[in-house]
Design a protein around this ligand. Structure first.
Ligand SMILES: [Zn+2]
Length: 322
């Protein structure tokens, strides 16, 4: 099947109590690792490209690589989504390039301005059969060109969501309930430590999610910054010359709970980066004589695939839903 929008996916995910994985893609191996796992697990998937990824890969390449994945995986629905579009122009450019979904992130702007910008994107997108994700509230952390200090972050205000969705016509809404971008989601002083000395972050604000869902019945909610930062890969990085002390993510059982509620799309990026980097660091250490990129990219791709498989089956609940 050709690229699809997320409309049908979200309808089924909402009523089925699961979420679709939205994985960030930057190169061929990442796209292959993700889509091979989804093909084997019969899971629908959203491949998302940030503005930074588009600049890195030079715009045409990622679109063509995703089109190749569509050909190789004909039985699973695949969405090509723009992550954190920062302007109408960026969104328009992606829509013109064949993306089936875009995010306009004007969440750092005042409420009325966020509505105006989002509305303009929705008009152009819907005229071209493309769906739009918008955002209310601000996540902390760093993702490509989006960088928000912890004290500048704010939870979504549930009392704003109905007016926002009605006035903009957006198709899904990213909200801030305590997730955060990057591999350092929380400062150690925000966390407690478990018996192994691993940081345990503050719990997500399920009260905010529930109030948003009560006000927007049936409406798909999106969580950004939802990597769990697997400690096995942090350890692999740190024992092979890396330096990522106190990297910490969102516990997977909280994401599973969110997926069972109104959250239909969960964004995961850092976990795949950690798997790729950990595998390559470990390989380089063990095989200092090797220099063929295929030698280390192959196991890195295989480990990305296993991370994605684990998410589909154990966290998102979307395995078998394609
Ligand atoms: Zn994000």
């Amino acid at each position: 099947m050709p690229l699809v929008t997320s409309t049908e996916m979200f309808k089924k995910a909402y009523s089925g109590g699961y979420a679709i994985g939205a994985f960030n893609v930057n190169n061929m191996e990442i796209i292959q690792g993700i889509t091979e796992a989804c093909r084997e697990e019969h899971a629908p998937v959203i491949l998302q490209v940030s503005k930074g990824a588009r600049a890195y890969a030079i715009r045409t390449y990622l679109v063509k690589l995703v089109e190749a994945a569509v050909i190789e995986c004909p039985d699973i629905p695949i969405v090509l989504h723009l992550d954190h579009g920062d302007s109408f122009e960026t969104c328009k450019s992606c829509i013109d390039d064949g993306f089936t979904s875009v995010m306009i992130d004007a969440s750092s702007k005042p409420f009325a301005e966020n509505i105006e910008i989002t509305k303009e994107v929705v008009k152009y997108a819907h005229d071209h059969g493309v769906v739009v994700e918008a955002e209310l509230g601000t996540l902390a952390g760093i993702e490509d060109e989006v960088n928000v200090a912890a004290d500048a972050a704010s939870y979504t205000r549930p009392e704003e969501v109905e007016e926002f969705v009605t006035k903009t016509g957006c198709d899904s809404l990213a909200i801030a309930i305590g997730t955060s971008h990057g591999a350092y989601k929380f400062k150690p002083e925000q966390c407690t430590r478990n018996e192994k000395g691993i940081l345990v972050p503050p719990p997500l604000r399920f009260d905010v999610l529930e109030e948003v869902s009560r006000r927007l019945p049936g409406f798909p909610i999106v969580l950004h910054g939802s990597s769990s930062v697997p400690q096995e890969y942090v350890k692999m990085i740190n024992t092979n010359g890396g330096k990522m002390p106190d990297a910490v993510g969102i516990p997977e059982e909280q994401l599973r709970k969110a997926a069972a509620l109104s959250v239909c799309k969960i964004n995961i990026d850092s976990d795949l980066r950690l798997a790729l980097t950990g595998t390559i660091r470990s390989f380089m250490n063990e095989h200092p004589e090797k220099f063929d990129p295929r030698d280390y990219l192959k196991p890195a791709r295989a480990n990305i695939k296993e991370v994605v498989r684990h998410k589909l089956v154990n966290v998102l609940g979307c395995a078998g839903k394609a």
